[in-house]
Ligand binder design. Structure first.
Ligand code: SF4
Length: 107
């Protein structure tokens, strides 16, 4: 067996051991990421203020009666959910009972 071949085999074995030892850690981190609740958009945040977001559509003076995040075309929460993702706030969630000035009718 040549020295080069031996070194690359040793290197491969080291990588396999390292990968095997890190696999449980990666699994734990992935589970935590899935379990972590998404951040809710705050009405007082700059992004919330920019579109007059409120967690309660009844408090929005300019909202059309009956319009809420739950029946907005941009809402991505499951039917019946109390909160869910919104297309204009990537990585964050909004209250289903909320509303903002970007509300769009569902087609
Ligand atoms: Fe709610 Fe629609 Fe505004 Fe998103 S775009 S915050 S779902 S009203």
């Amino acid at each position: 067996m040549s020295r080069t071949h031996s070194l690359s085999r040793r290197s491969l074995l080291k990588r396999m051991v390292l990968g095997a030892s890190l696999a449980p850690l990666a699994a734990v981190l992935a589970r935590r990421a899935e379990a972590a609740p998404a951040t809710l958009v705050s009405a007082g945040s700059p992004e919330g203020k920019a579109v007059q977001y409120t967690e309660d559509a009844k408090t929005a003076r300019t909202a059309q009666a009956g319009s809420t995040c739950a029946n907005c075309a941009l809402y991505q929460g499951a039917s019946g959910s109390t909160q869910g993702p919104c297309q204009i706030f990537p990585g964050k969630e909004v209250k289903a009972a909320g509303w903002c000035s970007a509300w769009a009718v569902q087609m």
